[in-house]
Design a binder for this molecule. Sequence first.
Ligand code: ZN
Length: 88
Amino acid sequence: MGFLPDNFTCDVCGAPKREVNHWWNIDLNGEIARQKDNSLVGNIHSAFVLIPFDPAAARQASIITVCGQTCAHKVVDEYLSNMLVASK
Ligand SMILES: [Zn+2]
């Protein structure tokens, strides 16, 4: 998400992307780690993959776009909380 025709926005705070921002993309669905046969690496059922901002990745609906460390940490916190709930 976070993709508009001409620019990108942060999926957490809604900030518009500018040239010099240190943005990130987060993949919670294994799209980036997926192998050619469409399986995930190893026995992974859930993955948290953080990469430097990549326009092609950011255009995928399942990829989260964030504007910096603060918003990335919010996604990390949510992911960890969900994993704790799921493991109970
Ligand atoms: Zn943000």
